[in-house]
Design a protein around this ligand. Structure first.
Ligand code: CP
Ligand code: NVA
Length: 309
């Protein structure tokens, strides 16, 4: 086992392959034990601060339930509760919170703020989504794929849509574990070059492939997993109408999924904008694992907290 105590999780590239599989092993154990009612109060008395500058259903509830089930307590702060970035810097906030808490989970806009929180504080920081990355979601996605397909290496994931935080973390995640990833996005909405380059290094090491494409049919060809996300992310609400026009050909519908393998999995981090990036016939089909994926946030994040706190 690798000792991960004190470690922050800011992006998937912070983790070694061994650490990733350690998280998956513990997630599976915690999931199984929860089913039979076996408790693990390994974080007895630990306090997790949970800072949210954006709304959340899954992340908030799964972290709060998760820390509670491990014997600890979660303290929730929204945008307006803290002095953070209003009358107090990230670095002073990090130093103060480190005197009270055992760990921080944060969802915010600027990725740099999460990096700084970890840098200036002395407790582990877990990224619960920034504009750049969503590592807890993608670790959960990979765990879910592993559960369903019994392997990761050699599978192909097609991501259709915006080159956003999900696309970035999927690039890191898939390339880390040796999965092929094909991303199809309209021009102007591709994933950032530097994230693609970081992922190319992983892929080269693992012998897997990365494709950044414009044509969704080409991306989906022979895919084991089809993944999509909203066209306008939190903070981009004003662009929603304009994006709707540009992304219209990027809808995951029965016509598009025909090009994937017959036993493909449909995945979505949720919330889904049904009728936009995906239609009911796909989201509610036998291929869809969206609610298992949502449930697994709880098990995987419990594993992460148990390992780092
Ligand atoms: N997938 C996800 O992070 O959902 P929430 O925005 O509801 O937390
Ligand atoms: N890309 C989406 C993901 C939500 C979980 C957003 O950032 O709003």
């Amino acid at each position: 086992a690798v000792n991960m105590k004190g470690k922050s999780l800011i992006e998937i590239n912070d983790l070694s392959l061994e650490e990733i599989y350690q998280i998956f092993d513990l997630s599976a154990t915690l999931k199984q034990d929860r089913l039979i009612g076996k408790k693990h109060h390994v974080l007895e008395g630990k306090k997790l601060g949970m800072i949210f500058s954006k709304p959340s259903t899954r992340t908030r509830v799964s972290f709060e339930v998760g820390i509670y089930e491990l014997g600890g307590i979660g303290l929730y702060f929204n945008q307006n509760d803290l002095q953070l970035k209003k009358s107090e810097s990230v670095s002073d906030t990090a130093k103060v919170l480190s005197r009270y808490l055992d760990g921080i989970m944060i969802r915010t806009f600027e990725h740099q703020d999460v990096i700084d929180l970890a840098k200036y504080g002395s407790i582990p920081v877990i990224n619960g989504l920034t504009d750049l990355h969503h590592p807890c979601q993608v670790l959960t996605d990979l765990f879910t794929i592993l559960e369903k397909k019994r392997k990761l290496q050699g599978l192909k994931l097609a991501y259709i849509g915006d080159g956003n935080n999900m696309a970035h973390s999927l690039l890191h995640g898939c390339s880390k574990v040796g999965m092929d990833i094909s991303i199809a996005s309209p021009s102007g909405y591709k994933p950032l070059d530097f994230v693609v380059e970081e992922s190319m290094k992983n892929a080269k090491y693992m012998g897997s492939k990365i494709e950044i494409l414009e044509n969704p049919i080409e991306a989906v060809k022979n895919a084991d997993i089809i993944y999509t996300d909203v066209w306008a992310s939190m903070g981009q609400e004003k662009e929603a109408e304009e994006r709707k026009k540009k992304f219209i050909k990027y809808q995951v519908n029965p016509e598009l999924v025909k090009h994937a393998k017959e036993d493909y999995l449909f995945m979505h981090c949720l919330p889904a904008h049904r009728g936009d990036e995906v239609v009911d016939e796909v989201a509610d089909s036998a291929n869809s694992v969206i609610f298992d994926e949502a449930e697994n946030r709880l098990h995987v994040q419990k594993a992460i907290m148990a390992l780092v706190l």
